[in-house]
Design a binder for this molecule. Structure first.
Ligand SMILES: Nc1ncnc2c1ncn2[C@@H]1O[C@H](COP(=O)(O)OP(=O)(O)OP(=O)(O)O)[C@@H](O)[C@H]1O
Ligand SMILES: O=P(O)(O)OC[C@H]1O[C@](O)(CO)[C@@H](O)[C@@H]1O
Ligand SMILES: [Mg+2]
Length: 521
């Protein structure tokens, strides 16, 4: 059987006694979303509950709200490249476990629908009219994802009508579109940025869905971070409310790696690799001069993954500061004391700070306004300049010690480069998984690897909370042991940081989500 739903177990509806979809659902209730026009709507959360605590958090399907849709043979069945591959098509029942470290009696936990091609599709190739949009900040690999969506649609499914939306969400209603063909996108993966342009703000749901409807678009590929996926979720809600046969697929983009559930985001590896160049430069500068300090600022608004991984990779870093780590400057166990000791012991040091680190401290000393960008994200104070000044002031005070501090801010240089080899392969898989999902009629999903297997994840799981570094986790312990920096933590801080035991598990960049487990209890 190859259909949208797993044949096993029960489909949990809005009235399920097992899960409480109102608490899980980011969507308004049916009565809230239904206007005067009456269309069939699917349950806000699709969950299949099985034995031993198994839960499939499924994604919506066009058949949930558009009745009697015909299906077609997947053209890949006759594609010379793919038809020879045994088991190329994904079994309709395949799901991917979010939790892979299990104990004898522990519940099997949350699963997601496995991504990949299905035997039957819900679009005829000639009828597909796809569009691609990129939103939010830049990230290495954006162009690769665009390229591979275009090539995947064209080469695998014979789709010819593909357009690009110019300049993010507002491009749907304020700009002309761009025609995308395999020829147009052939070389773009070698360039940084996005050939489609991007923007923050400008998300007008009604105008966007009007534009989708007016242009006859029936597959929407939305590449962007947490804000973008929130925008994609409300676009999907409106499309479903209007009863349109339009598949909405999100491809998660975030250089900060702050999207939960997925193993890691594309561009992250490239960013960590590129950050090594800045850290090397800081180290060369610092060790060439007496009491040299190299300070490098890396991206990471609320999540310090780039700083943490760049530090671990480099081994030249003596101190890493991230948004998740409360630190302090003065007194025993503080940053100044550590710098002094390190300079006395080693003659030089390298500090890496994520841009979001120490924002509370910076705001205390600089009268911070509450400015936001066009998407409503808080604009951060420059921790790099602030730290530079603070360190210089501290050591020059009463001629304490002569130091030489060099500050390097490579943030935009890192963000603007093309994806590296491994990110390019990763982007290809993301794009192809999104294409397979949309062709198979799935909608309202974000695609991404969960424990190494590409999966379709409902929007609300991606947007409900950010992925953060857990500083009571083993990865941060490795960092502390590599840098020898103070932990800056009191026992009380540790207790507050600690979640249940599973929060302390390692293996993945992403942190586990407890919401559903709480629901199931
Ligand atoms: N809650 C929301 N509802 C609808 N649209 C949103 C929402 N949040 C953000 N958006 C829209 O999504 C787009 C991108 O959002 P944002 O600028 O926050 O970047 P992002 O996708 O989070 O990427 P990144 O933060 O990694 O650069 C913007 O056009 C913004 O208007
Ligand atoms: O200057 P912009 O374009 O607003 O982007 C800066 C932000 O974008 C990010 O790279 C996320 O995409 C953050 O790390 C950073 O704070
Ligand atoms: Mg964001």
């Amino acid at each position: 059987m190859d259909g949208p739903q797993s044949p096993s177990s029960t489909i949990t509806s809005l009235n399920s006694p097992t899960l409480n979809p109102r608490k899980l659902s980011p969507y308004p209730s049916q009565s809230e979303t239904m206007g005067s026009t009456s269309v069939a709507t699917a349950p806000a959360v699709k969950a299949v509950v099985g034995d031993a605590g198994y839960v499939l958090e499924d994604v919506p399907h066009l058949t949930d709200y558009v009745p009697d849709l015909p299906t077609f043979t997947n053209p890949l069945q006759n594609n010379p490249a793919y038809s020879v591959v045994k088991q190329y098509f994904v079994n309709a029942d395949d799901t991917v476990a979010q939790k892979i470290v299990v104990h004898k009696d522990s519940p099997r936990g949350t699963h997601f629908r496995r991504a990949g091609p299905r035997q039957r599709v819900y679009f005829e190739s000639d009828d597909v009219h796809a569009c691609i949009v990129t939103c939010g900040g830049l990230c290495p690999g954006l162009n690769t994802v665009i390229r591979e969506i275009v090539c995947g649609l064209n080469h695998m499914y014979g789709v010819k009508k593909i357009i690009g939306i110019d300049g993010g969400y507002r491009g749907f209603y304020a700009k002309n579109t761009v025609t995308l063909t395999p020829k147009v996108v052939n070389d773009i993966h070698k360039r940084g940025g996005t050939i489609l342009g991007t923007s923050r703000g400008g998300h007008d749901t009604t105008k966007i869905v009007d534009s989708i409807q007016d242009r006859g678009i029936n597959q929407v590929y939305i590449i962007g971070g947490d804000g973008t996926q929130r925008g994609a979720s409300v676009i999907f809600d409106e499309i479903r409310r209007r009863g349109l046969k339009v598949a909405v697929a999100g491809i998660p983009k975030t250089i900060d790696n702050d999207i939960p559930v997925i193993d890691k985001s594309f561009g992250f590896d490239t960013a960590v690799e590129e950050a090594q160049r800045a850290i090397n430069a800081a180290h060369v500068e610092a060790e060439s001069i007496e009491n040299g300090i190299g300070l490098v600022k890396l991206m990471g608004r609320y999540s310090g993954f780039i700083a943490m991984h760049a530090t671990l990779a480099s081994r030249d870093v003596d101190c890493c500061l991230i948004p998740e780590l409360p630190f302090y400057l003065d007194g025993p166990g503080g940053l100044f004391e550590y710098i002094e000791r390190r300079l006395k012991d080693n003659g030089h040091m390298v500090i890496v700070t994520a841009e979001g680190a120490g924002q509370d401290l910076v705001s205390e000393s600089i009268q911070a306004g509450n400015s936001k960008d066009a998407s409503g994200n808080k604009l951060l104070q420059d921790v790099g300049h602030w730290l530079t000044q603070k360190i210089k002031d501290h050591f020059s005070c009463r001629n304490k010690m002569t130091i030489n501090l060099k500050y390097i801010d490579p943030t935009y240089m890192i963000r603007a480069i093309p994806g590296n080899a491994s990110d390019n392969v990763y982007c290809t898989l993301l794009a192809q998984s999104a294409v397979h999902g949309a062709m198979a009629g799935f909608t309202g999903f974000t695609v991404g690897p969960v424990n190494g297997r590409h999966s379709y994840i409902p929007f609300h799981r991606i947007t409900e909370k950010p992925n953060n570094v857990v500083i009571t986790d083993r990865m941060w312990a490795r960092l502390l042991s590599s840098t020898n920096q103070p932990s800056f933590l009191t026992l009380k801080d540790v207790k507050e940081q600690e979640g249940p035991a599973e929060m302390l598990e390692e293996n993945h960049l992403c942190t586990d989500d407890r919401a559903v487990k709480e629901e199931i209890k």
